[in-house]
Ligand binder design. Sequence first.
Ligand SMILES: C[S@@+](CC[C@H](N)C(=O)[O-])C[C@H]1O[C@@H](n2cnc3c(N)ncnc32)[C@H](O)[C@@H]1O
Length: 244
Amino acid sequence: MNNQISERKKESYKIFNEIASTYDLLNHTLSFGIDIYWRKKLLKHLPQKDSINALDLATGTGDVPLTLVSDPRIKKITGIDLSKGMVDIGIEKVKKKGLEKKIFLMLGDGVNIPAGDNAFDLTTISFGIRNFSDPQKSLHDIHRVLKEDGRLMIMEFAIPTNPIIRTVYFFYFRHFLPKIGNLISKHKDAYTYLNQSVEDFPFGDNFLALMRNAGFKNLKMQPLTFGIAMLYIGDKNTEKNAEN
Ligand SMILES: C[S@@+](CC[C@H](N)C(=O)[O-])C[C@H]1O[C@@H](n2cnc3c(N)ncnc32)[C@H](O)[C@@H]1O
């Protein structure tokens, strides 16, 4: 990992504190709304259980919990994030929808998860793990907090393999997105960091290897929108979770 980026990751929550007020707007605008469609993909791969207690790491402003809650099997979702600015906005969104009895957002570290062993049926992370100082350590800790038949789903940016799409993607991510993002968020380089953190992140088979190393089984990955993002899925235990 590039040293400078790796140092910035340790304190990336501070960047998110600074851009929290414009985060949702920029997220949906700069992705042309595709991020909303991507998060809905999580609903298609929920563990086959009647009652699901979920944990969402790097929950930000709560968009994953607010998506998951549409499935009646989801009984409770705890979302944790290191950025108070992001979590405060999330708590307001949850209140507005009257979902305080199902969704609980709080401060917490996705690398040292503040939860006991075998506690959750599902852990999700969307566009968060590339910001973690130690993704491998986080994956080990997720394995610990999942029940034996629990599932992990991670959504993260990747780099498309098709050379034409990759050229357009690099132009957009390296030039257009940092300029517009920094301008609208009024942050000196939050969206430059976004591009750097994506390019620095081990995606595809390299990321699956980290999941395997942490003990996850039934590993799968699904490219989203020409491979701009990936959905990674793994189960804590091979036998205990039916294929879906
Ligand atoms: C790009 S946002 C993603 C938010 C949300 N999951 C979404 O899909 O919109 C990344 C989030 O990761 C959080 N974060 C960074 N490092 C973290 C850590 N070690 N533990 C928990 N959250 C972290 C940041 O504060 C930020 O809210």
